[in-house]
Ligand binder design. Structure first.
Ligand code: ARG
Length: 578
C-alpha cells in the first residue's frame, strides 16, 4: 500500500521540480530491508527522473541528487532526508509509519497492496488465460503440472487487480489418438474401468493399442478408419469419443480441485475442426495459402524476418493441424470474449508455434494479435513418483501427501491434527509451488523431493510453518487485547524491519503483475517469514505490559495477513496448524 507515503513525498517533489506528482510516484520506491544496517524507508532514484533528458555522468547525477535534496524539507510525514549514490533517502516519522502501515493492513485485509497508488488508474481489462491443457488419454506430464500452477497464479494476480479473467483449459481432445483409442477400446476396453477410473483406463488402452498397431497393420488401419469416421461426423464414433471426453473432464475437475484450481471453460481442439476449414478458406482468400507438392498447404512467414518459416496448416487429406485449430480458437475467443489480453502458458518447446500463430493472425489482418502473449517456462527434470515418471496428476498429489505425512509424523503436534491428510496435502503443495516459483519461469531445474520438503531454509514448508505459528499466537493471546494500540511500543529495530518490509508489498505485486514472474512474491514472502521469526524470538507477548503485548500482537497479525494473501495469490492455501 505504501499507505500514501509515496504520494506525499511526490507532492513535495512535484513542487520543487515542477512536474506532475503522478509522474514521480513510480520513481519512489521502498528501500529493501537489510540485515546489516538500518535503512531509510523510501528512496528516489535521481537517475530515473533524468531518464528523458540526455546522458548524465555519475558525478553529475550525484550533484543533482545533492542539489535536489537541499531543496526538500522535512515535514509531518518525512523526518529525515539524506542522499546516497544517485538517490535521495527519506525516513518516515516513526510513529506515523507504525500506525499507518498496521491500520492499512488491518483495514484492507486481503486487498492490502492492491489498492496502492501504484495501481491507481489501472484500467480494468478482459483477460483470457489458457493453461494446463492436457491431452486426453495421453500422459499428464510435469509440463502440464507447471502450466497448471503457473496459469493459476497468473489468473489469480490478474483477478486480484480487478481484471475480468476467463480461465480456459484447452484439451488435446482430437487427432489420431482418438482413432487409436476408439479401436483400442473395442479391443481391450472395459466399461467398468472406464466408469471408475477413466484417465487411467484410457491411458492403458492407448498404450496397448499403440503397441498392437506397430506390429499389426490391420489395427493401424482400423484406427485410421475410426478417426476418419470421427472427422466425417459419424454419430456412433462421436458418441464414444464424447463419453471418453466427458468422463475424463469429470475426473480432471475432481483432481484440479485438490490443487485448488478451476476453469471457466473446458475447451479443446475438437471444437475447432469445422472452424479450421473456415480459417483455411480465409487464408486462401487473402492469398496467404500455398499448396505444396505433397498436397499439404503452408503459410509463408518469411517476410516477417525468419527465413525458414513455413507453417503447415493443412494435411494432404485436407484435415487441419494443431496450428490451424489454434488459429480458429484464437479467432473464436476474440469473438466470444473480446479480450484485451490473451495469455497462453506452455513449456518453451512451443515458443515457435506461438510466434508463428501470432504472426499468422497478424498477416491475416487481425490487429488484436498483439494482445496475445505466450508465457513460456523451462523443463523440470527428474520428477518421479512411486509409479515411475509422472503420468497422472493424481499420482503427484498422492506422492506429495504421502511424503509430507511421513515428514510430519516425526513432529508431535501432527498427532493432534484433525485432518492430517488434508494438512499434509496443503503443506506439500506449498512446498512444490515454492520450489517451482523460486527462479525465473523460463529456467530449467532438477527436481528433488528432499529439497522440496526441507523445513528449514527457503521452502514452502517454512512459509506454512510461519503462518501456522502466527496463527497460534493469535489464538493464544488474541481475544485478550484491544485493537487500539500504542505505536510507541513498536520502535525496536525488529519491529521497524517488519514494518518496512510490509511497506514494500505493493511494489512486489506490481513487479509480478508486470513481468508475470511469481519469484518476486516468493522471495518477498520468504523474507517476511525470516523477519517474523526474528521478531517472534525477541518481541515476546507473554509477561509484558498490556499495551506492549497488544501492539506486538497487531504487528504479528499484520504479518500473517500479508503472508496469507501472498500465499493465496501463488495458489497456496495457508494452514493454521501443522
Ligand atoms: N495440449 C497441448 C500439449 O499438451 C498444449 C496446448 C497449449 N495450448 C494451445 N492453445 N496450443 O502440448
Amino acid at each position: 500500500m505504501a499507505c500514501g507515503f509515496r504520494r506525499s513525498i511526490a507532492g513535495q517533489l512535484s513542487r520543487v521540480l515542477d512536474l506532475p506528482p503522478e509522474n514521480l510516484i513510480k520513481s519512489i520506491s521502498a528501500v529493501p530491508v537489510s540485515r546489516k544496517e538500518e535503512v531509510a524507508d523510501f528512496q528516489l532514484s535521481v537517475d530515473s527522473l533524468l531518464e528523458n533528458t540526455n546522458n548524465h555522468s555519475r558525478s553529475d547525477i550525484q550533484v543533482q541528487a545533492k542539489r535536489l535534496a537541499e531543496k526538500l524539507k522535512c515535514d509531518t510525514v518525512v523526518s529525515e532526508i539524506s542522499t546516497g549514490p544517485g538517490t535521495i533517502h527519506f525516513k518516515i516519522n516513526r510513529e506515523l509509519l507504525t500506525k499507518t502501515v498496521l491500520r492499512q493492513v488491518i483495514k484492507d485485509g486481503s486487498k492490502y497492496g492492491l489498492k496502492s497508488e501504484l495501481f491507481s488508474g489501472l484500467p480494468q481489462k478482459k483477460v483470457v488465460v489458457e493453461f494446463s491443457s492436457p491431452n486426453v488419454a495421453k500422459k499428464f506430464h510435469v509440463g502440464h503440472l507447471r502450466s497448471t500452477i503457473i496459469g493459476n497464479f497468473i489468473a489469480n494476480i490478474k483477478e486480484a487487480l480487478g481484471h475480468q479473467v476467463t480461465r480456459i483449459n484447452y484439451l488435446g481432445d482430437w487427432g489420431m489418438q482418438f482413432g487409436l483409442l476408439g479401436t483400442g477400446f473395442q479391443l481391450f476396453g472395459y466399461e467398468e474401468k472406464l466408469q471408475s477410473n477413466p484417465l487411467q483406463h484410457l491411458f492403458e488402452v492407448y498404450v496397448q493399442v499403440n503397441k498392437e498397431a506397430a506390429d499389426d497393420q490391420s489395427v493401424a488401419k482400423s484406427a485410421q478408419e475410426f478417426f476418419q469416421r470421427l472427422e466425417l461426423g459419424d454419430t456412433q464414433a462421436l458418441s464414444l469419443w464424447q463419453r471418453f471426453r466427458d468422463l475424463s473432464i469429470e475426473e480432471y475437475i475432481r483432481i484440479y480441485k485438490r490443487l485448488g484450481v478451476y476453469f471457466d471453460e473446458y475447451s479443446g481442439e475438437s471444437f475447432y475442426r469445422e472452424k479450421s476449414r473456415e480459417v483455411l478458406k480465409l487464408l486462401d482468400s487473402k492469398g496467404l495459402l500455398q499448396k505444396t507438392e505433397k498436397g499439404t498447404a503452408v503459410v509463408d512467414l518469411s517476410r516477417n524476418g525468419d527465413p525458414s518459416s513455413l507453417c503447415t496448416v493443412m494435411r494432404s487429406d485436407g484435415t487441419s493441424l494443431y496450428a490451424t485449430r489454434d488459429l480458429a480458437a484464437a479467432i473464436d475467443r476474440m469473438d466470444k470474449y473480446s479480450f484485451d489480453t490473451m495469455i497462453y502458458v506452455t513449456d518453451k518447446g512451443q515458443r515457435k508455434h506461438f510466434q508463428q500463430l501470432f504472426q499468422m493472425l497478424k498477416i491475416m489482418g487481425f490487429d488484436w494479435a498483439e494482445r496475445c502473449r505466450h508465457v513460456p517456462f523451462g523443463v523440470v527434470q527428474g520428477m518421479k513418483t512411486r509409479r515411475g515418471d509422472v503420468t497422472f496428476l493424481e499420482d503427484v498429489l498422492n506422492e506429495i501427501r504421502l511424503r509430507m505425512l511421513q515428514n510430519m509424523a516425526s513432529v508431535k503436534t501432527t498427532r493432534e491434527l484433525e485432518n492430517p491428510q488434508e494438512t499434509a496435502e496443503k503443506v506439500g503443495l506449498a512446498a512444490l509451488i515454492i520450489q517451482d516459483f523460486r527462479g525465473l519461469l523460463l529456467s530449467d531445474y532438477q527436481f528433488s523431493w528432499d529439497r522440496v520438503f526441507q523445513s528449514r531454509g527457503d521452502t514452502g514448508v517454512f512459509l506454512q510453518y510461519t503462518h501456522a505459528r502466527l496463527h497460534s499466537l493469535e489464538e493464544t493471546f488474541g481475544c485478550g487485547y484491544l485493537s487500539e494500540f500504542n505505536t510507541a511500543c513498536l520502535q525496536e529495530p525488529q519491529s521497524i524491519s517488519v514494518l518496512q518490509h510490509l511497506l514494500r508489498f505493493d511494489e512486489v505485486l506490481y513487479r509480478s503483475s508486470q513481468d508475470l514472474q511469481p519469484k518476486h512474491i516468493v522471495s518477498y514472502l520468504l523474507t517476511l517469514s525470516h523477519l517474523a521469526a526474528v521478531a517472534h524470538k525477541t518481541l515476546h507477548i507473554k509477561d509484558n505490559p498490556p499495551d506492549v503485548a497488544a501492539a506486538r500482537l497487531q504487528l504479528f497479525k499484520a504479518v500473517r495477513s500479508v503472508l496469507a494473501s501472498g500465499m493465496q495469490l501463488l495458489g497456496i492455501t495457508p494452514v493454521c496448524r501443522m
